[in-house]
Design a protein around this ligand. Structure first.
Ligand code: ZN
Length: 137
């Protein structure tokens, strides 16, 4: 697999606005985008740290994935996302290694990225996302 860097770390929060204030005030970072991803039933806010982003995720629906996560585990780190080149090949390779995939084919995530998740049951509890920004090519 061709991983270039940690693209982002996804963090589940109850209140996007409150947590944006925290990240801006305490770490001096600037939220550069807020985007709703309807399909995932979340509102996201992004910060840049070097090459890596912090993605804050607020649920827009208690039955959505982030709503359920917070209900079960509370706020906190939700997933880790690797930037890969050739996401289709990376997924095929991962599956060939016996890892359970949540997404067998990539779908569109925030920021127009192609994304796919690996199942935390296969990844020692770390919900792992592979993503590729095909606009960069
Ligand atoms: Zn993500």
């Amino acid at each position: 697999m061709n991983i270039s860097h940690i693209e982002h770390i996804g963090i589940a929060v109850k209140d996007l606005q409150e947590s944006i204030v925290y990240w801006e005030k305490v770490f001096g970072l600037k939220c550069y985008a807020i985007e709703e991803v309807k399909e995932q039933r979340v509102k996201t806010a992004f910060f840049m740290i070097g090459q890596t982003k912090i993605e804050l995720l607020e649920s827009t629906d208690p039955e959505g994935p982030i709503g359920k996560f917070i209900e079960k585990k509370g706020e906190g780190v939700h997933h880790l996302a690797f930037a890969v080149k050739g996401i289709e090949e990376a997924l095929a390779e991962t599956e060939a290694n016996g890892i359970q995939l949540i997404d067998k084919t990539p779908r569109k995530g925030a920021e127009q990225m192609d994304i796919a998740f690996l199942h935390p049951k296969s990844t020692f509890g770390v919900l792992t996302e592979l993503c590729e920004n095909k606009n960069l090519k």
